[in-house]
Design a binder for this molecule. Structure first.
Ligand SMILES: *Cc1c(COP(=O)(O)O)cnc(C)c1O
Length: 384
């Protein structure tokens, strides 16, 4: 049906109507007094969302640009970095680091499994000469629907003492507890089209004082993504280059909505959405891709064996206007992924699960009692 599209991909995510209205306003000048006030409010609310007193800088980039800024500003060619690789995004940060001439040491896990914090502990403890300059971790690995144990890995980084921890929090920030100051995370990157409930185009980087110390001696070339420029201007509530004004005005509204909901409520909602989705998938007899305890509150990956993943996606789209994500790289055709990140409610999951049941029936898959998925999701919603 026209104009009825329901996005269940892990970004871009659905945008609330109030935010869409904010986007539709005439742009105002980015050097105007009015815009200074917008930036001042955004900065304060971004610190609230990030649970930090550190700088949280806004760049006109996608999530990858935010990560690139988070890596190149604090390192020099030849620096040894440990990169956690258990999916498409972890691999991307290894490739990016290699492209900039860093000495990449990968800590890997099979796609679909979480990284083992012990592997980090071993490498960090063995590094008595303190050659490891940074540990780069994807918190929520969107490509597989796996959440990595950032808290434990970070504890090993802290025990090392020297290395910075650089976090891809693109699908975890604003979905799961990520107390930057309490954990002492150095660099945390995220992007607007995920939990922020606004369209793509803005990247965010939170930077600790320890990372700013590293910035002073870091030698990788930087210009547009030179975070020092953004920090200097942020102190005056302005930006070094023309920012996406409409997106930032929309972000004002989105952050106000998030504040009204409250951080704990946002986190428990995502947890509930994940639990309901996972329980529904199990009740339908479909295998979950991420093991128990390692599911991402942003996205659930399903690896069906008795029905074709791409056919499920096709029917969900054609019959029900629900867009699911497919698998990436070698997982293409093997999994489908249901995003539940950002502006998503219990009702959305009930609707999606019901549509999934109808889709499975249409495809001739009968490995479940009709209504079992919806009942399982509803059970989570009535007991949480
Ligand atoms: C979406 C996403 C990114 C950023 O991708 P862009 O297309 O550059 O916005 C980075 N990491 C993860 C885990 C993501 O889900």
């Amino acid at each position: 049906m026209d104009d009825k599209l329901m996005l269940m991909i892990p970004g871009p995510t659905p945008v609330p109507e109030r935010v869409l209205h904010a986007l539709a306003k005439h742009p105002i000048g980015h050097r105007s007094g009015d815009f200074v006030k917008v930036i001042a409010e955004l900065t304060e609310n971004l610190k609230w969302l990030h649970q930090t007193q550190n700088d949280v800088l806004m760049l006109t980039v996608s999530g990858t640009g935010a990560m690139e800024a988070g890596i190149i500003n604090f390192l020099s060619a030849g620096d040894r970095v440990l990169v956690g690789c258990n999916g498409k995004f972890g691999d991307r940060w290894a490739q990016l680091s290699e492209a900039f001439g860093l000495n990449v040491d990968k800590v890997t896990a099979e796609w679909g499994q979480p990284l083992d914090p012990e592997h980090f502990r071993e490498k960090l403890e063995a590094d008595t000469n303190k050659e490891i300059k940074a540990v780069i971790i994807t918190h929520s690995e969107t490509s597989t629907g796996v959440i990595n144990d950032l808290e434990t890995i970070n504890r090993h980084v802290k025990a090392h003492g020297q290395a910075l921890i650089i976090v891809d929090a693109v699908t975890s920030l604003g979905a799961v507890n990520l107390p930057i100051d309490e954990w002492g995370l150095d660099v945390v990157a995220s992007g607007s089209q995920k939990a922020y409930m606004i369209p793509p185009g803005l990247g965010f980087v939170a930077v600790s004082s320890k990372a700013w110390e590293a910035y002073k001696t870091a030698k990788l070339p930087r210009f547009y993504l030179d975070l020092g420029k953004y920090r200097k201007d942020a102190a005056k509530n302005t930006t070094p280059f023309t920012p996406p004004i409409n997106l930032m005005v929309a972000l004002q509204t989105a952050l106000q909505m998030m504040k009204a909901e409250g951080l704990q409520n946002i986190f428990s909602r995502h947890q509930r959405l994940m639990n309901a989705t996972r329980d529904a998938v199990k009740a339908l007899g479909l295998p979950l891709f991420a093991p128990e305890g390692a599911g991402s509150p942003a996205i659930t990956a399903v690896a069906p064996t008795d029905v074709d993943a791409e056919q499920v996606r096709a029917v969900m789209k054609k019959r029900f206007d629900i867009v699911l994500a497919g698998g990436q790289d070698h997982l293409s055709g093997k999994i489908f992924r249901m995003g539940h990140l950002g502006f998503v409610s219990d009702r959305d999951i009930l609707a999606a699960v019901a549509a999934l049941e109808a889709t499975l029936r249409e495809l001739g898959y009968e490995g479940f009692t009709p209504g079992a998925g919806v009942a399982a999701a509803a059970r989570v919603f009535t007991t949480n």
